[in-house]
Design a protein around this ligand. Structure first.
Ligand code: HEM
Ligand SMILES: *[C@@H]1O[C@H](CO)[C@@H](O)[C@H](O)[C@H]1NC(C)=O
Ligand SMILES: *[C@@H]1O[C@H](CO)[C@@H](O)[C@H](O)[C@H]1NC(C)=O
Ligand SMILES: *[C@@H]1O[C@H](CO)[C@@H](O)[C@H](O)[C@H]1NC(C)=O
Ligand SMILES: *[C@@H]1O[C@H](CO)[C@@H](O)[C@H](O)[C@H]1NC(C)=O
Length: 336
């Protein structure tokens, strides 16, 4: 977790004054200790600016806030919450945007750009893109009827991104509960965290692409997943027939614009969209949490907040910076 020894050789090779500047004007370059009041002096308006841009995004396109909330998962699981997934590819770096789980799927990057622009106007160079993702994800949940909570801040943005890491880490929509439990445990996230965080699928949409195997060839059987409730299965057949444009989208739960526990009720009813959703009900170790959250929304909200805080604390310990543009590392010129 100590980023200084690795940052020094780089800074040294550039120029000693830069090193001085680095340590005295950007104390946050020491290993980040996250805390709620991180910007209370340097940018007291940060939280309200993020919330207001997210509110505008919600009104313009309701799904966009769900799309932004998903960023927290795809950012934090791949080398910590460091906004690496926001970096565009460069001639020398394949970023995460085109990785298996993100290509044609992650969207609404422009909302983060808008937040960043608004923040740069008021407090230039202060608020990291990694913290924007954390605040914006919380706001997406709060603005759609879910819980609101205090986030810890002070993350730095990565200098680079890794398509390969994203490919290797991010789970497939075909994943079963066993493999998801394993994956989450690598981050010290419990079975309860896995189930509550999957409740994020209470908002947003998924593509036919993500369920074709489940509808037509589950586990290579040539049959649909038997866990799909028959009437729901007929609906899915209609929305995603053989040969459909697989970019066609479907709701992840039956109330896709409201953050509530309907997702868990749907799972109990066999109406989960993804295999990775329904498996949480069919598998004994996760089922009790699905049942519990389906009956007790406040228990879900409490567990969800705990999970988001834990996931938001994941850090790589690598050197970082506060990017001026979330898509480009500061040292890199923008390629048009
Ligand atoms: C447990 C493992 C998970 C898997 C396998 C998974 C997989 C997926 C897939 C396949 C989609 C639809 C993508 C598409 O079809 O283009 C999706 C959407 C989404 N995921 Fe997850 N996800 C998981 C966990 C999470 C977590 C932990 C969060 C956030 C805390 C999250 C937030 C979202 C949101 C909000 C959407 C909707 C995005 C939109 O409408 O644009 N997911 N997820
Ligand atoms: C779950 O998925 C993993 C990885 O694909 C596979 O090895 C395992 O056999 C599956 N487990 C069950 C119970 O189906
Ligand atoms: C998980 O917890 C163990 C023991 O407390 C710790 O050594 C490890 O670094 C943690 N891993 C992560 C990814 O936080
Ligand atoms: C179903 O999956 C199996 C195993 O992956 C594969 O061999 C088979 O060709 C697939 N069937 C269809 C109709 O796609
Ligand atoms: C979905 O849309 C993207 C971008 O428009 C396109 O490149 C891709 O081929 C489409 N995918 C499918 C499965 O049709």
């Amino acid at each position: 977790m100590n980023s200084i020894p690795r940052a020094q050789p780089m800074a040294n090779s550039i120029f000693p004054l830069f090193l001085f500047f680095l340590f005295f004007h950007f104390p946050s370059l020491s290993p980040a200790k996250l805390r709620p009041d991180f910007y209370s002096n340097s940018c007291p308006q940060a939280e309200s600016i993020v919330r207001s841009v997210m509110h505008k995004a919600l009104i313009r396109e309701p799904r966009s806030v769900a799309s932004v909330m998903r960023f927290q998962f795809h950012d934090c699981f791949v080398n910590g919450c460091d906004a690496s997934m926001l970096l565009d590819d460069t001639p020398t770096m394949l970023g995460e945007k085109l990785s298996l789980s993100n290509i044609n799927s992650l969207r609404s990057y422009e909302v983060v750009d808008e937040v960043k622009e608004a923040l740069e106007k008021v407090c230039p160079g202060i608020v990291s893109c990694a913290d924007i993702i954390i605040m914006a994800s919380r706001d997406a949940v709060a603005l759609t009827g879910g819980p609101d909570w205090i986030v810890r801040l002070g993350r730095l943005d990565s200098l680079t991104a890794s398509q390969e890491d994203a490919d290797q880490i991010m789970p497939s929509p075909r994943a079963n509960a066993t493999s998801l439990i394993d994956l989450f445990s690598k981050y010290n996230l419990s079975v309860k965290d896995l189930v509550s965080l999957s409740g994020s699928h209470s908002i947003g949409k998924g593509r036919c692409f993500s369920i074709m195997f489940r509808l037509y060839n589950q586990s290579g059987t040539g049959r649909p997943d038997p866990a799909i409730e028959p009437r729901f299965r007929e609906e899915l057949f209609k929305q995603c027939p053989h040969g459909v444009d697989e970019n066609v989208t479907l709701n992840l739960d039956s109330t896709p614009y409201i953050f509530d526990n309907q997702y868990f009720k749907d799972l109990v009813g066999g109406r989960g969209l993804l295999n990775s959703d329904e498996t949480l009900y069919t598998f004994y170790e996760t089922r009790r949490y699905v049942r519990w959250f389906s009956k007790d929304q406040s228990a879900f909200f409490k567990a969800f907040v705990e999970g988001m805080l834990k996931m938001g604390d994941l850090q790589s310990g690598r050197p970082g910076e506060v990017r001026r543009n979330c898509r480009v590392a500061n040292g890199q010129s923008v390629i048009i």
